[in-house]
Design a protein around this ligand. Structure first.
Ligand code: SF4
Ligand code: SF4
Length: 65
């Protein structure tokens, strides 16, 4: 099961989530959403469901399970 769900269409490419993930589980995806921003992708194997990404993202991309 995914530990974190992401609604990448909301992402605006600020990368605050990457800077604040303690496990370096988030990276740039190399893909662009409909708004034109390169969105992020979460490595489920590294994620510890800490919720930091959920807290720092200004655009409510994350949902932590
Ligand atoms: S903090 Fe949110 S808006 Fe910023 S890059 Fe991460 S997912 Fe995208
Ligand atoms: S829940 Fe924590 S460990 Fe998982 S991606 Fe978000 S910040 Fe990283």
């Amino acid at each position: 099961m995914q530990k974190v769900n992401t609604d990448v269409e909301r992402c605006k490419g600020c990368y605050l989530c990457i800077a604040n993930c303690p496990k370096e589980a988030i990276k740039k995806s190399g893909k662009v959403n409909l708004k034109g921003y390169e969105y992020i992708i979460v490595d489920n194997d590294k994620c510890i469901s800490c919720g930091s990404c959920y807290q720092v993202c200004p655009d409510y991309v994350f949902e932590v399970n």
